[in-house]
Design a protein around this ligand. Structure first.
Ligand code: AGP
Length: 608
């Protein structure tokens, strides 16, 4: 995700802003910039690529003189990674500069309104609407202009605002994106997280949603949305830089598991407007959708497993046959494809060599392509006819978690969208499933909240030789990803196996105390999976069942239970994966494995 910093004080702001941005690099970004106020002017410097380019461009910040300024590292969501899309963004009159972390969900309407009122835009970003609104509402009172502007925004933001009329006064505002004020002596700061502050001060004010801060070198005043001052505690930052980069979590993977409700919300919410699904400029016409007679999903690793889980929703709702193929196989399989085939390409990084090769092969045979990617402007995104971005933010841990669940949420979104557009779903069912989709972030949070026993349960698995993950239908798809998580970070051999298939050979491996994790979250095959639990129990297995709360019938069968919140079967896989991610995490932690950087693995496999 993006990072923002701000400084006002007695020192030169440029070098301090660059230093702060350097400390935010771990968050992942593709461009950066600073704006410094001096003698009624704003010196604006922006680069694509690394902070070092910004150091070079500004001579270490010295080429941007002034004692107050703001800075930004951008993780692209709306608009490619370019200089003109990089923040800070300026108002048309050049008096205001802003930086932003978050997503302005209603930016398209605001952009139209502002253009009609004569404002012109320099960038493709959602953020730029903010600085033009501030200019529009400014009548000499910056606080009022900022508060009024934020009243027009829907979505998430941590905002930093600078103005030439008030050269040493900065403003900051928070809604659903972290924002911290650093308190110095004769100087004050703001930043997206404490890593950018601790070199200068450990005294901090943590802003809450709906709060605004007025920041001068000697004073910080926090206001609520009515403009009334709010009394805030000053906290002492005790974290070291390492801990701060992980938000206080011991590993990026755990932080990213906990970020999933927010990541899925950020991915889905901007695409559901007035109870209709919109694909932000990537929409299909009904005719185009009706022309699709086959969907082929291709990806690698967890992205492939997301396809395996999302396939059920697309077939059930859109009623088009879906096959899911490993990219490393598809590229050499002489696939049967024509112009009626829709190829859905899934990739967190957008740079996986096998996935890119398979995509090119299928395009050359006439397939239309839809990419589901987390990195804006990546190769897969550039090659695709259409791209629906996951807005998970940068994923640092090699083992994907929020990348997987946001990919799956987009597949669910597409399934419902296509069914609705082609009239293949009744209004009542559509409304029910849309509500279920909108509530998935809450279900994921509930799933996290129900997982408190997992650290203890993980101790049972830490020294086992192998683990089976079994299930049927959507449960079997979730089992694929659950087994991979366990393998790639705890190095325990884990195998996912369709529960109904065990009796055809593999059950020979089940012996006394063999750990089996049985996924039972699909009502349509629940009885059958329960029979499979009985089968493996009869051979001595030690069964941990993952199922809905109050599913007491399984209590008598399994040795251990993990409950997840009930949700519609077609969307169950995204909920039941949470405890499996955590089980893998705590098992690996019990073993003392290098969780964020597992041996032999890379975050993006850019070679064959
Ligand atoms: C999953 O935890 C792994 N990091 C790996 O399987 C990954 O999903 C796979 O390499 C695909 O990467 P991509 O999504 O960036 O294409």
């Amino acid at each position: 995700m993006c990072g923002i910093v701000g400084y006002t004080g007695s020192a030169q702001a440029g070098p301090i802003l660059l230093e702060g941005l350097k400390k935010l690099e771990y968050r992942g970004y593709d461009s950066a910039g600073i704006a410094v106020i001096n003698n009624g002017e704003i010196t604006l410097s922006k680069v694509t690529g690394r902070i070092d380019n910004l150091y070079e461009k500004t001579d270490g910040g010295r080429a941007a003189p002034g004692r107050a300024g703001i800075g930004h590292t951008r993780w692209a969501t709306h608009g490619m990674p370019t200089d003109y899309n990089a923040h800070p963004h300026l108002s048309n009159d050049g008096r205001f500069a802003i930086v932003h972390n978050g997503i302005i969900e209603n930016y398209a309407l605001l952009r139209e309104e502002l253009i009609e009122k004569g404002y012109h835009f320099e960038s493709e970003t959602d953020t730029e609407v903010v600085v033009h609104l501030i200019e529009m509402y400014y009548n000499g009172d910056l606080k009022r202009a900022v508060i009024r502007t934020c009243g027009r925004l829907q979505g998430s933001y941590a905002l930093g605002v600078a103005c030439t009329d008030e050269p040493e006064r900065l403003f900051a505002a928070r809604e659903s994106s972290p924002l911290i004020i650093g308190l110095g002596i004769g100087e004050n700061f703001f930043a997206s997280d404490v890593t950018a502050l601790v070199s200068y001060t450990r005294n901090a004010i943590y802003m809450e949603d709906g709060e605004f801060a007025e920041i001068t070198p000697d004073r910080v005043t926090v206001y609520d949305v009515t403009g009334s001052p709010v009394k805030k505690e000053v906290d002492r930052i005790t974290w070291d830089i390492q801990a701060a980069e992980k938000g206080g979590y011991p590993h990026f993977m755990l932080k990213e598991i906990m970020e999933q409700p927010g990541a899925v919300k950020a991915t889905l919410a901007p695409r559901i407007k007035d109870d209709e699904i919109v694909l932000d400029g990537q929409d299909f016409s009904a005719a185009e959708l009706l022309d699709i007679n086959k969907i082929l999903i291709t990806a690698c690793g967890s992205a492939y497993y997301a396809g395996c889980a999302g396939r059920f929703a697309i077939e059930k709702l859109f009623r088009v046959p879906v096959s899911v193929e490993l990219a490393s196989e598809l590229r050499y399989s002489d696939p049967i494809i024509d112009e009626h085939t829709l190829l859905i390409v899934i990739s967190q990084s957008g740079e996986t060599a096998d996935t890119i090769a398979a995509m090119k092969e299928c395009r050359s045979r006439g397939a239309k392509t839809l990419a589901i990617v987390n990195v804006v402007g990546s190769t897969v995104a550039k090659l695709a006819d259409r791209t629906i971005y996951t807005w998970a933010g940068p994923e640092i841990a090699v083992a994907t978690t929020k990348g997987y669940t946001t990919q799956l949420s987009v597949l669910y979104l597409f399934a419902l969208y296509a069914a609705r557009k082609t009239g293949r779903i009744e209004d009542g069912e559509y409304e029910h499933l849309l509500t279920t989709l909108k509530n998935l972030p809450k279900r994921l949070q509930e799933s996290i909240d129900l997982s408190s026993r997992i650290p203890k349960l993980a101790k049972r698995y830490a020294h086992t030789r192998s683990i089976f993950f079994i299930g049927r239908n959507t449960d079997a798809a979730a089992a694929l990803e659950g087994a991979l998580k366990m393998k790639e970070i705890s190095y325990i051999h884990a195998e996912s196996y369709p529960a109904g298939e065990l009796k055809h050979g593999t059950i020979a491996l089940i012996e006394d105390h063999q750990p089996v994790i049985a996924l039972c979250c699909n009502d349509s095959v629940m009885e059958k999976t329960m029979n499979n639990i009985i089968e493996v129990k009869a051979r001595g297995a030690d069964v941990l069942a993952v199922t809905f709360r109050k599913n007491d019938r399984i209590l008598s069968l399994a040795d251990e239970m993990i409950f997840v919140p009930k949700t519609d079967t077609v969307f169950a896989a995204i909920v039941e994966i949470i405890p499996l991610q955590l089980l893998a995490y705590y098992t690996a932690r019990e073993k003392g494995c290098d969780i964020d950087k597992p041996k032999n693995l890379a975050k993006s496999v850019t070679v064959e």
